[in-house]
Ligand binder design. Structure first.
Ligand SMILES: [Zn+2]
Length: 554
């Protein structure tokens, strides 16, 4: 029978467990000193070794020939039957699939019976947080008056979902994500025993993708081993992982200085096409900027302290001189501030726009000129280049863009625009090469944000965005609506529908009759979609949700 790598290399002794020294030490001491409690709660991320240690615990308490430090012998009848999974005294229950009260009641009856041949009867309940309330109550009764010689080991990835009444009756042992170096050395150990050629860079990439879970790491390694007969290399791993791997992001940043802006823009789009997610790119870039920042601040010592692959250490040493510290700190702040938006579905093209505007060194586009450009100040050139994008002067004091200082993506995009403002109109001109800035700024939501901010200063004019022959116009927020809106909206949210007008093709929007009911709503949404570039949010009233909940509850 074929066994997966994870099962084949499941540790058979405490000493063999990777990266969980503290948790393992607590368990070993309990066993070797003979003061084993009735119930333990193992918590920690998935695939980090909770069930493995639980089984070793079960083996150790029942072993008839325990070694030094509470290690099971793996030879006696009890150890062997547990290893083979046919011990009658060690019961594994999956909380996710056995969460009904009846099953836990069966357990209660079962618990009352004496053990067959071992000192302890051990119940390992995996994913215990998935049990229903009824099942928890039944379990609680058992934990309150546990029969002699019964050991409960509850394992969970989400300890805060386990009722406090249960938690308080258990010894809680937290497990942690497995560190990169520990993970890499375990993966290397497995490849050596499997006699598979696998370079360090591949192992590091696998370890990063596994995100602290050895089970995920070994399963990715196994897939990579299956792709090629003659060993595993980085290109295979990156193909399996999809776009946005750590190595790819490092090379992408590197490329800014070698491949030029258009090349890097294409590369980033390519990563998304190959399956990178916004979250993965943000997480990955944050880690790289943090490492660069540490390298920039503390040099070689900092790099050593990070514990990185030889390739990445070389990457940091080679490229750190291109960045300055404040810029790296800015980028850490930017990427971390975007992470919540990434989880809520930040669009890929918006992220591309934000990153490109921040990373591309700013210069005033030659094809357009702001009407009020001031002569550039002659400043001494600093030793390190400062690629931070700061918008050009817009003739106001303080400069107009500084009003949006706490909205990083707007300031970043404005860096490539010529802005001018009169009493009743603000004009934002974007160079045609920076069409992503135009898309970003002139989207309805961002235009609304800009208008609202300026309204707070008492300025209420229309805003015009131009890029080549494209133009988007937003009337003042207070302007009366020129068209009957098809949806009932709050007075505050009501604003004029915005049309995108191309100077070569001015299409007239037709009047569309909107029927009532669900069809009407869908039709109305289509009308809104056809006339704006914004997103449509569907707001429901609280009573409506309550009503649906009642129906669901029945
Ligand atoms: Zn044994």
């Amino acid at each position: 029978m074929y066994l997966s790598l994870y099962r084949r290399y499941r540790p058979q002794t405490f000493q063999d467990v990777t990266g969980q020294n503290t948790a393992v030490e607590v368990v070993r001491r309990a066993v070797s000193r003979g003061n084993v409690g009735h119930a333990y709660l193992f918590s920690g991320p998935r695939g980090c070794g909770k069930t493995t240690v639980a089984r070793l615990f079960a083996k150790a308490v029942n072993c008839s020939d325990r070694g030094k430090g509470g290690e099971p012998c793996n030879v006696c009848d009890s150890c062997r039957s547990i290893s083979e999974g046919n011990s009658l005294d060690v019961v594994e229950i999956d909380g996710a699939s056995n969460n009904r009260v009846d099953e836990i009641r069966d357990l209660k009856t079962h618990v009352g019976l004496a053990s067959f041949s071992s000192p302890y009867k051990v119940y390992i309940v995996d994913e215990v947080h998935m049990l229903s309330i009824g099942a928890f109550n039944a379990l609680l009764k058992t934990l309150e008056e546990p029969p002699e010689s019964v050991l409960f080991i509850l394992a969970t990835t989400e300890p805060f979902k386990v009722p406090v009444t249960i938690r308080s009756r258990c010894q809680h042992i937290p497990f942690h994500s497995i560190g990169l170096e520990d993970m890499v050395s375990r993966l290397r150990y497995v490849t050596e025993l499997e006699k598979v050629k696998c370079d360090d860079d591949s192992l590091w990439e696998i370890a990063r993708q596994a995100d602290g879970g050895l089970r995920d790491g070994l399963s990715l390694l196994e897939q990579a081993m299956a792709v090629q007969d003659d060993g595993v290399d980085l290109s295979v791993v990156e193909r399996l992982v999809g776009g946005g791997s750590h190595g790819e992001l490092c090379r992408w940043l590197d490329g800014f200085h070698e491949r030029g802006e258009m090349g890097t823009l294409k590369d980033l789009e390519g990563m998304f096409l190959r399956g990178a997610s916004v979250e993965r790119v943000l997480d990955g870039l944050y880690v790289i900027f943090r490492n660069l920042w540490i390298a920039s601040r503390w040099g070689e010592k900092g790099i050593d302290a990070l514990g990185l692959s030889p390739w990445e250490s070389r990457f940091l040493t080679r490229t750190v001189g291109r960045w300055n510290e404040p810029f790296l700190r800015d980028m850490m702040e930017l990427t971390s501030s975007l992470m919540p938006q990434g989880r809520r579905g930040l669009r890929q093209d918006v992220l591309i726009g934000i990153l490109m505007t921040r990373l591309v060194p700013s210069e005033t586009p030659s094809s357009i000129k702001s009407p009020t450009v001031e002569p550039p100040n002659e400043e001494p050139v600093s030793a390190k280049p400062a690629p931070v994008s700061v918008p050009a002067s817009d003739g106001e004091d303080p400069p107009l863009w500084s009003r949006f200082g706490d909205i990083p993506h707007i300031v970043s995009a404005l860096a490539f625009c010529a802005i001018s403002r009169s009493d009743d109109e603000m004009e934002v001109v974007v160079s045609p090469e920076r069409v992503f800035c135009f898309e970003l700024l002139s989207g309805e939501r961002n235009a609304y944000i800009m208008q609202s901010v300026l309204n707070e200063d008492g300025w209420e004019g229309r805003v015009v965005f131009r890029c080549g022959d494209r133009e988007r116009v937003y009337e003042p927020l207070s302007a009366p609506s020129s068209q009957e809106l098809p949806l009932e909206v709050d007075r505050e949210d009501q604003r004029e529908t915005v049309k995108e007008v191309k100077s070569t093709d001015v299409s007239k929007t037709e009047d569309i009759e909107v029927p009532d009911g669900d069809d009407g709503l869908l039709r109305a949404l289509q009308v809104v979609r056809s006339q704006t570039s914004g997103e449509v949010l569907y707001l429901r009233k609280d009573e409506e949700i309550e009503k649906e909940d009642e129906i669901d509850g029945d």
